[in-house]
Write a protein that binds this ligand. Structure first.
Ligand code: 26Q
Length: 801
């Protein structure tokens, strides 16, 4: 991509302002300048994107296609500037013009097309795929409304629509000429042809037009530009409505609802027909496109498709891609079942992100039939052939066929379909991948052990260190040079500074600087004044029972009551920072948000506490807010019930920014602990084995702990004794824990949590030691760059090398 001197950049900026916004530099608003910069970038991205495409087609490169219902990409301006090599020059020019670059970049709306970890992972992966120079495109949905905007009113979560497209989205290009029809519903009939084969005909289907909007994905310093293709649903122009205009308008609206909004639910199975339609909409439009492009661009027979394509499905949400590819290969390309099945099962690879039974997707047969009856027929056939093959080839597994079946009790089990139709099944952290093999999908593992593998998640260090924490990034480069930028594992070079007091002091200064910046953010958003010298203890993630924000609160309540008991007690000042959205229908999660606010209200204003503890809830936690929080974190709360968090990625973001993890041996925490060593992490609580054993044996007796342990009882009783709210405000939480026998082991882990917290606070008193721990975490975090993760996918699964 082009490089610019400062004067060149200033000049092109002026030209863009004039042409696009009819404004001079002097009179232009931040918004004008933002769009002008985007336009400069987009010219570069478009050119490099075309060159990339030509080169890829010419070389007939093998490609990875990442299908995901979520892409939580956040703002793109800084990461695009960085990757295009223009961030420094742009910052300098803006500063010289007397403009604040940060303010200008904050003109961009977050593209919040995801719920949490899974969607953000997809975004990090795209960045790494492009930055490693691979040919790999993302496919998702251009939701008109992204994940809801959270407001807190009187301590209660209110959901507002996320109107991210209100202003022009500068990064997308609509490509109506590449729109494809997606067919829903209707009937299927079959006839026997002369050659004995069956021909299927569809009738009465509803056709929806899938219109692509492409967003360039810029690789770091390599001129490689891939695409994120987001599909939008429209009524085909030639649709005839037998009726009046009002009818047509309603029809149009019902079609556009398909890409209308992202389902804000990652906890419970939402039996919603529209969500299912969205899933088919994504895979049908994408796979039609891949087949068409392959034939057109590579001029090869469709039977070679799998030699040039891998399709990675991000959890089971795009699993209908498997029967959809079968449908296209058989009904449209005329292949027989066996050839189509060979191609399909050599194309798809499935990533699992959860082992929680209630989060494994299951759809009633009639709903799948309604979405597309031909797709259901194919799933049914896949199931029958699969069960038959187990019966014949694995007599020892015959009594397991009922558990293995893709369809049982009139329900389609998406994970089973995904496993049967894929050549690779991976978990997202070492522990999680073992649990999948040993428990969740153990029967499948016995049948096809070679499919199962681990790919521990990662995060892009370009966004989560270089652009979000420039102070730390610069300190690192000043110290060890900038080799680490392209080889993040080289961060280990920092180990030579482990005993360098001057360096450790600078590290501490950077943290303090970032804490002051977050203090500002907190004050502006909440009016709460926090002490930048207090420990910043952070738990930011979706609100879920298994993530145990409630355990964090019970610990805060315990500390508070200790202070009340003896106000003169010596304690390390702490700021507890929360950020979390709750699914709108998730009552208990919303109660926890209320409790956070109730506790904050009491603790922050109690004169006995004397500002030594502050509790802060930052509303509308999203990617942009995370970029302010991560650099300032000192303690990273990763306290899920062991075995339940598949990986976690916030843990990696905070580690990379020098926070110390305080957590359970769950998900990727296990690998963090292994890397940094026991001395550089605070681990507590039950092990995953212990949790699973309790679960297999009907749980433990929560009542007993509650009755016999006074620390537990005191903390729990605060929920019902009106300490934090009148009229039994938190009865629901209290009874939810006790009458359900505490399925997330809050009470069981409470004491070890309180104890490890005290250990951490004692450790904090030794500043030098703490800085060394922080340094150790930073220097080992290169392992969690998504570049490492993508390298492993590319080599082991996608075979791109
Ligand atoms: C399914 C059906 C209907 C409606 C919604 C859903 C749905 C939506 C989103 C189910 C699950 C999700 C999201 C799951 C998720 O974010 N999982 C997280 O993935 C991360 C990346 O691998 C892990 O680090 C986290 O541990 C895991 O919880």
């Amino acid at each position: 991509m082009k490089t610019y001197t400062k004067s060149e950049f200033r000049k092109v900026l002026e030209t863009k302002l004039m042409n696009k916004r009819t404004a001079t530099l002097e009179e232009s608003t931040d918004n004008d300048i933002f769009y002008a910069i985007c336009s400069i970038l987009k010219d570069e991205i478009n050119q490099a994107g075309v060159d990339t495409r030509h080169h890829n087609i010419e070389a007939k490169r093998r490609q990875i296609n990442y299908l995901s219902m979520e892409f939580l990409i956040g703002r793109l301006i800084e990461s695009n500037l960085l990757n295009a090599g223009l961030l420094d020059v742009c910052n300098e020019v803006l500063t010289e013009l007397g403009r604040d670059p940060k303010k200008i970049y904050s003109e961009e709306n977050d593209a919040g097309l995801g719920n949490g970890g899974l969607g953000r992972l997809a975004a990090c992966f795209l960045d790494s795929i492009a930055s490693l120079g691979y040919m790999g495109n993302g496919f998702g949905i251009r939701y008109r409304y992204g994940l809801f905007e959270q407001r807190i009113v009187n301590g209660t979560q209110i959901e507002l629509p996320d109107n991210w497209l209100q202003e022009v989205y500068p990064w997308e290009t609509r490509r109506i000429e590449e729109a494809v029809p997606v067919n829903f519903g209707g009937q299927v009939t079959s006839e026997v042809l002369e050659d004995g084969n069956l021909k299927f005909t569809y009738s009465n289907q509803e056709t929806v037009l899938a219109v692509p909007y492409d967003v360039g994905v810029v690789g770091y310093d390599n001129d490689n530009v891939n695409q994120l293709r987001l599909w939008s649903a429209e009524l085909p122009h030639d649709t005839i409505d037998h009726g009046d205009n009002k009818n047509r308008l309603e029809h149009m609206q019902s079609v556009e609802r398909i890409s209308g909004f992202l389902y804000p639910d990652d906890s419970t199975e939402e039996g919603r027909f529209l969500r299912l339609k969205q899933q088919y909409f994504l895979v049908s439009s994408t796979i039609q496109t891949l087949i068409n492009q392959f034939k057109e661009r590579y001029q090869l027979p469709v039977t070679d498709f799998h030699k040039y394509h891998c399709i990675q499905i991000n959890d089971t949400h795009p699993t209908f891609g498997i029967p959809e590819l079968m449908r296209i290969l058989m009904d449209e390309e005329g292949l027989g079942w066996d050839d189509a099945w060979h191609i399909t099962t050599h194309t798809f690879a499935y990533t699992n992100h959860t082992i929680m039974q209630e989060a494994l997707e299951k759809w009633p047969v009639y709903q799948v039939q309604n979405v597309n009856p031909r797709i259901f027929m194919i799933i049914n056939e896949i199931n029958e052939r699969f069960c038959k093959s187990v019966y014949e080839a694995h007599p020892e597994m015959r009594d397991k066929i009922g558990d293995l079946a893709v369809i049982s009790n009139n329900v389609v089990h998406m994970s089973k379909l995904a496993i049967v139709g894929s050549f690779s099944v991976n978990g997202v952290a070492a522990l999680h991948s073992e649990i999948i093999k040993d428990y969740t999908f153990n029967d499948f593992y016995k049948l096809t052990p070679e499919k199962f593998n681990n790919k521990t998640n990662g995060i892009t260090h370009r966004r989560w260190l270089m652009t979000s924490n420039p102070e730390l990034s610069n300190l690192i480069s000043d110290t060890i040079g900038n080799n680490w930028v392209k080889h993040p594992q080289e961060l280990t070079q920092l180990m030579h500074y482990y005993n360098d007091d001057a360096f450790l002091d600078r590290l501490a200064e950077v943290k303090l600087h970032n804490k002051k910046a977050l203090k500002e953010v907190i004050y502006n958003k909440t009016g709460i004044e926090v002490d930048e010298h207090s420990v910043f203890d952070v738990q930011v993630k979706r609100l879920h029972e298994y993530k145990r924000q409630l355990l964090n609160l019970l610990r805060i309540i315990y500390l508070y009551n200790e202070i009340k008991r003896k106000p003169s007690i010596k304690i390390q000042p702490i700021t507890f920072i929360f950020g979390a959205k709750a699914a709108p229908g998730y009552h208990i999660a919303k109660e926890v948000i209320k409790l956070i606010h109730a506790v904050a209200n009491v603790v922050n204003n109690d004169t006995d506490v004397d500002n030594r503890i502050k509790v802060v809830f930052l509303e509308n936690y999203n990617v942009t807010l995370a970029e302010d929080i991560m650099p300032a974190a000192e303690i990273s709360e990763q306290i899920s019930t062991a075995s339940m968090e598949a990986s976690g990625t916030g843990n990696m973001k905070m580690m990379m920014n020098g926070a110390i993890t305080l957590g359970t041996m769950d998900g990727a925490n296990v690998e963090i602990a292994e890397l940094v060593g026991k001395e550089n992490i605070f681990i507590f609580g039950l092990s995953s084995e212990e949790v699973i054993n309790y679960q297999l044996n009907g749980g433990y007796r929560a009542e007993d702990i509650y009755k016999t342990d006074s620390r537990v009882k005191n903390a729990m009783d605060a929920l019902i004794n009106e300490q934090f709210g009148r009229n039994y405000a938190f009865n629901d939480l209290y009874y939810h824990v006790l009458t359900n026998n505490d399925p997330y082991f809050l009470l069981k882990d409470f004491n070890s949590y309180v104890d490890i917290h005290l250990t951490a606070m004692a450790t904090y008193q030794d500043k030098r030691k703490w800085n060394q721990m922080s340094l150790t975490n930073i220097m080992k975090s290169g392992q969690f760059s998504s570049d490492r993760t993508i390298q492993q996918y590319a080599t082991d699964i996608w075979k791109l090398n």
